[in-house]
Design a protein around this ligand. Sequence first.
Ligand SMILES: CC(C)(COP(=O)(O)OP(=O)(O)OC[C@H]1O[C@@H](n2cnc3c(N)ncnc32)[C@H](O)[C@@H]1OP(=O)(O)O)[C@@H](O)C(=O)NCCC(=O)NCCS
Length: 145
Amino acid sequence: MALRVVSIPHGGPAWREAVALRHELLRKPLGLAFAEEQLRRECEALHYAVYDGDAIVATAFLQPLDAERVQLRQMAVAPARQTQGIGRLLLGHMEEDARRRGYRQVVAEARVSALGFYLKLGYEAEGDVYDHLGLPHRWVRKNLI
Ligand SMILES: CC(C)(COP(=O)(O)OP(=O)(O)OC[C@H]1O[C@@H](n2cnc3c(N)ncnc32)[C@H](O)[C@@H]1OP(=O)(O)O)[C@@H](O)C(=O)NCCC(=O)NCCS
């Protein structure tokens, strides 16, 4: 089955599935959960998912920071589907969409465990490693040209 990258509207069933995948990968292992208020605020973001047939296999969203910059947030690829090029496919699609919408730069708070992924995709790390949610993170950025 071919992979499909799609935009998903905030609040709909696909977004709920995406939230469930993000919860499983990014919050549950830390003993955390998303607050409803936090999820409501995501209405300002652009949400994306990758489907293999009917199954969601990856998701992430872009939060506009200003007229030129978006923040990539909560990138998650289903564990059984990691390191098969799906993250690259999703992020490439998101960057292209951001560029088409007039944004010039993507920034992200990268987990140090995933830093190599962002560097492979042309992101530059900046500043020191810091703690966020009990995990080491570092800011990364990429100019959209
Ligand atoms: C990090 C993540 C999004 C990457 O997605 P993916 O589909 O596994 O990555 P891809 O297969 O597209 O990898 C693209 C390249 O990055 C490399 N890469 C992927 N994950 C990496 C990692 N954690 N560290 C170093 N390199 C990594 C791959 O080896 C590949 O390199 P190649 O082109 O030389 O083969 C995914 O593994 C994931 O969801 N991890 C758990 C949650 C997480 O950490 N999210 C990020 C929070 S900031």
